[in-house]
Each structure stands twice: as structure tokens, then as C-alpha cells.
Design a protein around this ligand. Sequence first.
Ligand SMILES: [Zn+2]
Length: 381
Amino acid sequence: MQNTTIKVRLAPTPGQAELFEKTFGCCRWLWNHMLADEQKFYQETDVHFIPTPARYKAEAPFLKEVHSGALAEVHQSLRRAFQHFFHNPAAYRHPVYKRKKGGRDSFTMYCQSYPSGKGASIVLTDSGVRLPKAGVVRARLYRKPLHWWKLKSATVSRTPTGKYCCSLVYEYPAKRPAPVAPTAETTLGLNYSLSHFYVDSNGFSPDPPHWMGRSTEKLAKLQRRLARMERGSRNYEEQLQKIRRMHEHIANQRKDFIHKESRRIANAWDAVCVKDADLRAMSQAIRLGSVMDSGFGQFRELLRYKLERQGKPFILVNRFYPSAKTCRSCGSVNDALGPDDRRWTCPVCGAVHDRGRNGAENLRDQGLSQYYEQQGLGRSA
Ligand SMILES: [Zn+2]
């Protein structure tokens, strides 16, 4: 089975918005209490146990005002969080308490089918989404599910600027695409670049989206103005809201950009090679760099799944392979190459290289030979 998500923007009535807010609050309250009780129980008995939502209803009668499906999912997601943490503490952190401020509020409900074909608890209609307890919430749909998709769950969330969204997760039988065999001509190497997002093995880099630079400038201006205002004043709050809106705007621009770029590449090429980068090191670079950079991890992920859906390989090259420092002409490794050298001359053979393109071409060749090797091993085994 394969999953896909349709995200819609909701336009709730004041009553529906109030119910959403109440549900966010109840879910947060329940999460924090379950987590605290789990900790307490563990300290006293050395056993991990999370009480069910029903146990809290006497103590907290307000829980009865929201749909029990959302509360049941809090229990499930806390259990999952602990399971992930126990199985892989290096990758997952211990569940933490949810704070009211700063956190992104959301709740999830699973779609229940009623017996004897009487429909389901969550339904996407022409005008919106029908949710338990809330009724039909008006929504604008940009994409419609195909008729054989099965609705699994709905997650309602509120952005920091107060917009309500709903992510609908659908399940459908996976169709395995015929595998595509890449060649050097149909394979693209992508080299991450701080200033251009990426440089590919043909020397191409996407137009640095200048609007993103403009948005960043505007954001900096807003933040400078905020710094001069009195904390907690009305002007301050208004300015803060403007900044949140700007952040959201930039995030949307970036998302749009990486979706289009990954779609374009996944359609035009049969395979893509990138470096299996250390994402933690990259996120540190992001803190130092511009707004542009922060989308690269997400971009890689989108590219991976868009390629895989077409049976095309997404090839990760070992992060210690010196793609930037290896000369394409003679194969020698130039250890003297600094991180800021854009153009360089090979001290061994005298070839002149563009750093980004040389690195991307190396990644493509290295990735392809790695891929062939794996395929060969697969066949002989
Ligand atoms: Zn050389």
C-alpha cells in the first residue's frame, strides 16, 4: 500500500474554530498528563505504561466536549513516540511536553467506516471536509482524490498566523513501476551549493530566486524595527504578527520552488546522484547561511520519492568521497582546495575547474559506478 496526502485550507465558522481550539487544548492537556503519568509510573514500578484517555474523563470533564477519536490518537502517538525512542534512541528523542506557545497545534482523527456501507466518519465533499462533531467545514480543494483511494485519517492544524489546514491521508495499492536503467547521458549529478542551491553535472544551477532574497531583506527590516519597540506593547505584538506572516510567506515560496525544481528534474532525468550529506552539519551551515539553504534536505527527499515513483534510482554517494577535490581530468585529489575556491587549477595536470560542476560530474560518475556495482552483486547473489 502507498500513502498520499491532500492538504486543504479550511474556512471554519466561528463555532467550528472554537471546537478546533478546544480540541487542540484537550489534546495538549492529555499528552502532557499521559506523559507525566507514564514517567511517574515508570519511576515507581520500572514498567512503561500509558493510561488510556478514558481514565482522565472524571478528572477532566472538558475532555468529553471534543471528539474521542482525537484523544485516542494522542494515546497512539505517544505510544509510537516511546516505541521509536526505545528502538532507536540515537535517531529519536524522548517524548517531551507540549507547550502552548510556539508549538504548532494539531489533532488527528482516523477515518472509521460504518458497517453495511453507510459511509465513513470523515468525508471529503465538494464544498469541504465533513469531520466528526464539527460537521462540514468549508475548504477549497486544489486536488481531488481518485475514486479508488481510501481515506485513512485527517489532521487539522493551525499555523502560527492562525490559518486552519487539514491534511487528508489516503491509501491505495502500490503499483510498482518498471525499473529504469540509467546511463551516463541520462543521469544527473547534483552538488549542493550554498549560493546557488545546487550546481548540476552540466554546470547548470537554478536561477537564484531573487524574490527570496527580497523577502529575506524585508524580514530583516521588520526584525530591526521590532528590536526598537517596547516588548509587550500593542505595536510590538502587531509587528510580531507581521514577522510571522513573512516567515510563512518565505516558507511557502521555498516550498513552491523546491516542488517545481524536484518535479522538473525527476521528469527530465533517469537517475540522480547526490552526496549522502551529513544533515546535521548542513543544518549548522544553514544557521549561518541564507534562507535559501534550509530547503535542501526537503528538496532531496522530494526528489527521492518523485524518482522512485517512476522506478528511477536516487543514488546516494558516500559523504566522505572527495567529490569537490578530485580532478576530473587526471583523478588526483587536491587537498589544498579551500572551501571558498570557486575556480581552481589542478596542480598535477593544470586543468582548470569550476568547483560546482567538477564536483557534480564526479558525483554522477561515482554514483553510477556504485549503482552498477550494486546491481551486479544483486544479479550474482
Ligand atoms: Zn588534474
